[in-house]
Design a protein around this ligand. Structure first.
Ligand code: SF4
Length: 227
């Protein structure tokens, strides 16, 4: 089935100019009311576990990752344990998350980096995180925002990208440029939660193929609304 085509109704009156701070403020407030429990969906008990889970979440659902991480961290509870793991053993545990060879390599390399460079701790800066194998800007934002409460940037995944475009918050496709637009529009204290709110809304209402505009609390703010 082809993706639903979004029609921008130019004549429709919107309650705030798309991409304005007023629009951004209203979007955040309404989504906050709609999803009061929005939070990181990856189960974890420590920054190390969140880092491992986030590496596994590439091209995979959070629900699938949550099925795999209990066995992974039962067998390798610390960076030191994972750093000396055999690649084949890690692969066997994480196989169902896809791309398992690369992910196993990244997990072991990440753990070795933590042990060798950071005393077995997960670092707290974007620069240090990004030097670890398998860790890009998106993963680093997840760790900083959710494990440490540091709002260094906005996590831009596929849901955040899609909603930012549909809501007129960004005209870009590139996640880095979308992030730059979002950090200009939303206060720094809101960045981690903003990402969770957009992800929740993207999973439940503003679905990729078939957005449910008729039940969307943002319809009067959204230039892509089908209602
Ligand atoms: S579901 Fe809401 S946010 Fe998504 S396109 Fe429709 S009105 Fe816009």
């Amino acid at each position: 089935m082809p993706p639903a085509r979004l029609i921008v109704r130019r004549g429709r009156r919107l309650s705030a100019r798309p991409g304005s701070r007023l629009s951004a403020e209203s979007i955040f407030a309404r989504l906050g009311k709609e999803y009061p429990t929005a939070a990181c969906a990856l189960n974890h008990r420590s920054p190390f576990e969140l880092l491992g889970a986030t590496i596994l979440s590439a091209q995979c659902t959070d629900a699938r990752v949550n099925l795999v991480t209990p066995a992974l961290f039962a067998r390798y509870p610390t960076p030191a344990a994972l750093a000396s793991a055999r690649q084949e053993d890690v692969q066997d545990i994480i196989k169902s998350t896809g791309f398992f060879r690369n992910k196993a390599r990244s997990l072991i390399g990440m753990a070795q980096g933590l042990v060798a460079e950071h005393g077995g701790q997960v670092p707290r800066t974007m620069e240090q995180l990004r030097l670890l194998p398998g860790v890009g800007r998106k993963t680093a934002n997840v760790i900083l925002g959710n494990a440490y409460g540091i709002n260094e940037g906005v996590t831009v995944d596929t849901h955040v990208s899609r909603l930012s475009q549909r809501l007129g918050l960004s005209r870009h496709d590139d996640p880095v440029k979308i992030e730059q637009d979002l950090v200009r529009l939303f206060p720094r204290d809101d960045w981690a939660l903003l990402s969770h709110l957009l992800i929740f809304h993207g999973r439940q209402v503003c679905i990729a193929r078939r957005p449910r505009c008729e039940e969307c609390v943002l319809a009067d703010l959204c230039p892509s609304a089908l209602v």
